[in-house]
Design a protein around this ligand. Structure first.
Ligand code: AVJ
Length: 306
């Protein structure tokens, strides 16, 4: 088996320096379960903060966007989305996710609980150019959770411009973004005391081993490491080799080496300041309508008009 998209990303990323992989490969079945656990950790505030903002302002968001169709990028189980669907009178819901299995389950649950809403799941990678099903009426595209932080500056500019290009004037985009705060809190959120985030990170090694038939690649040879980059205001997750690693990727016909102490960059999570975020949205052709934050000022939701 070739490993599909992972093979291409591995070829492009593992032999680079430093080696890296796009964050989307964390989310196999075990990774998705571990991420779900992360969202309930005391140190991991983003999910609770975003839910708090949605609860407080869903009615206003619904009124401002007045959408007939709600599209959710990276929908997953669409748990937080229900707060918005409850407030919106949207007739159509389009969850978009790379995982067809998760998507089908989530779509069925939404269809059951919202009998007046048609649900049209789309299996797609939201990093690719979007193509939303043709619809009349205003659209509201949701990109929640702070996943925008997984893109670097250039990827973010491309992503936002593509979203804008896929929308018609008067459509809306709702963006969840984590905010810059004390490094101690950020580091704790990505290096929790019970080690769930470490397991989430290390699971990537098992995804690589199983998908690309890698011999000599062992989860236990890698250690979870987190750093805060103040210049690029981003958290970085690394997997650091505890000993010299030599692996044979049978699916790629290639050998891979990582000397003891060296690391592989597995995720960036950029943290934002609201004015910078607005500037990026404007550059992409959006008009920021309003930003809401939670009471502690930890997380933000921005509604922007196309
Ligand atoms: C799902 C990308 C928003 O960056 O906070 C959580 C993923 N990684 N803990 C984030 C994640 C480690 C999460 N996002």
């Amino acid at each position: 088996m070739s490993g599909g998209g992972l093979a291409g990303d591995a070829l492009a990323g593992l032999w680079a320096s430093p080696p890296s992989l796009p964050a989307r490969w964390f989310y196999d079945e075990r990774g998705s379960r571990l991420f779900d656990e992360i969202t309930r950790l005391p140190e991991y505030y983003p999910t609770r903060r975003e839910t708090e903002i949605l609860r407080a302002h869903a009615a206003e968001i619904a009124r401002l966007a007045a959408a007939e169709t709600v599209v959710e990028l990276g929908a997953g189980m669409s748990t937080k989305t229900r707060i918005l669907l409850d407030a919106c009178a949207a007739r159509h819901f389009v969850p978009v996710d790379v995982s067809g299995v998760v998507l089908a389950e989530a779509a069925a649950a939404i269809a059951r609980d919202y009998p007046h809403t048609t649900v049209e799941p789309v299996v797609a990678d939201f990093a690719e150019p979007p193509s939303f099903p043709g619809r009349s009426g205003a659209r509201l595209v949701l990109f929640l959770g702070g996943t925008i932080g997984n893109f670097d500056d250039a990827q973010r500019a491309t992503f936002l411009a593509r979203q804008r290009a896929a929308l018609a004037p008067g459509d809306h985009f709702l963006l969840g973004a984590d905010l810059v705060k004390a490094p101690s809190r950020l580091l704790a959120a990505y290096d929790d005391s019970v080690g769930v985030t470490a397991e989430f990170n290390r699971n990537l090694i098992e995804v690589l081993r199983a998908t690309l038939d890698a011999e000599g690649l062992y989860v236990d040879d890698f250690q979870h490491a987190v750093r805060w980059d103040p210049e690029r205001h981003r958290i970085e997750m690394w997997l650091r080799a505890r000993r010299d690693v030599t692996a044979r990727f049978h699916a790629l016909g290639r050998d891979w080496k990582l000397p003891a102490g060296d690391g592989m960059l597995t995720e960036i999570s950029v943290k934002f300041r609201v004015p910078d975020l607005h500037a990026e949205l404007v550059t992409a052709g959006f008009a920021p309508v309003r930003t809401w934050t939670d009471a502690a000022g930890d997380f933000s939701l921005t509604l922007a008009r196309a």
